[in-house]
Ligand binder design. Sequence first.
Ligand SMILES: [Zn+2]
Length: 72
Amino acid sequence: MLSIYTTYKCRTCQKEFILLTEDVDSMPKDRYLACPYCNSKRLSKGKGTDNLNECMKERVYKRVNGALKQVR
Ligand SMILES: [Zn+2]
């Protein structure tokens, strides 16, 4: 079964965003996805998820990790 949400990461500005898988699939073929922050077309598709909270938790964890690295 397809996941409800799909995460994308911009390879230009490194920001992440989440889209509804269903909406992306129903997009016309002549359209393309672009980063909402810098309008780049260089996106890498992340893993899908059914749980938006799971996505958020993962992001917070990464941020905590980053902060720990900065302290040392
Ligand atoms: Zn971007």
